[in-house]
Write a protein that binds this ligand. Sequence first.
Ligand code: ZN
Length: 171
Amino acid sequence: MASSSYSNPPCAACKFLRRKCMPDCIFAPYFPPDEPQKFINVHKIFGASNVSKLLNDMPPHQREDAVNSLAYEAEARMKDPVYGCVGAISVLQRQVIRLQKELDATNADIIRYANNDIPPPPPTAASQYGRRPAAGHGGSSGSSFNQNSGCYYPSQWNNNDPSGDDESGNM
Ligand SMILES: [Zn+2]
């Protein structure tokens, strides 16, 4: 029997780093042993010592948010080594711009209809609304992002290639 009968299993970080998980382990609250991949991703992208320094330098109440952010960014970087989470952001920004244009056009149509300036369009024109990208399986490698990190991408992101135009790329 060891004198320090410390029965908790080591946190995911200490288990991965093969070291003893002390009661004051900086990683233990944020990297539980049942989520090994969370630490592996963060360690691979940012490095355990950098994460340790970062956590030590910030107030405890911000650490969980910081770790969740690191885990999100690390997993995004693993899935998309070039763009990381910027890929998701740019896809969403393009969507916002496209949808804003659609909304502006629709609002302009509504005003014109209200003023009886033009007749309603034939049904074929209306069917162009909501031209969503075809549900191609672009991101087939693992779309279950939220299991470890508690974060998630919008489902649209998994159907889009963040590096290219989603509507004209497949010629
Ligand atoms: Zn530990």
